[in-house]
Design a protein around this ligand. Sequence first.
Ligand code: ZN
Length: 315
Amino acid sequence: MAASFKPLFLAAALAVSAAAVAGPFDKMFGGDGGSEIDLGSLLKSAKDAFGEVQPEQERTIGREAAAVLLGAVPLVKDEALQRYVNRVGRWVALQTERPDIDWRFGLLDSMDVNAFAAPGGYVFVTKGLLLRMGSEAELAGVLAHECSHVVKKHHLQAVQKGARLDLAVGIAGSRMGGEDRAKLDKIAGGFKELYARGLDKKDEYEADRMGLVVATRAGYDPYGLPATLQTLGAMNPKDGSLAFLFKTHPAPGQRLDLIDAAFAPLDAYAGQPSVKDRFLREVAAAQKRGALEGPGFTLNAAVSPAAARHLHHHD
Ligand SMILES: [Zn+2]
């Protein structure tokens, strides 16, 4: 893609995508949820039996995983800021290999510094992380990292492997009912455990490399994600808001070292905009509305009491 067109194109896309943003976030898992989980229509092909997850199943599984996160930490109640995060996220997601899935982005009401993805296109970032960022390129970089987890199906594979759940067999070919709810609860349990434990390091490094390329393709300064990692690396590692992130991810310094090795081809795009003004304007406006006040919820304790005990032990 011709990078030189991007700054203008970017502005246009952000303006257009406002209309495409779906309804309020609290509807995300609201009343329409049941009808979308149409287990009866899921295919019973031989492929399913051997564990390949079809897109509809991926979506169903993703809803359960996202519900685990949203059950622990609600979204920041500020529609304008959620819309902004979605605009940036959707523009970034369009540059991935899966532009066609129904991507949803959400800002979580927690001062913990973290970001999450769930299968099928759900991506979350905490307000604690957003407040550490200085530009839209940083937000785009973090969202591109999370989108890359979705594109590469890292969580799906990890849960299948880790929980020894044959997800495809577990939910394919059965009708919605009590039994299916039990299967979905089992899936949710697998994700709860995964979010507490984190992905393999190699998946994180892959998402870093891919995220860099995706954010660059979206027209942003490729240094966005590295800038955020630098900020986190410079924070006191004993800072409680980092505990969960540090437990589930490689150290920022290690990630930066590996990014450095992959960075050379992207250096030519370093002149792309970081879109600082718009980002700071959006955040400042949200702060003025009181949307980012308060510590919010604690992710580690809420997602997994076991993980929280573990972290407390190390303090
Ligand atoms: Zn990650």
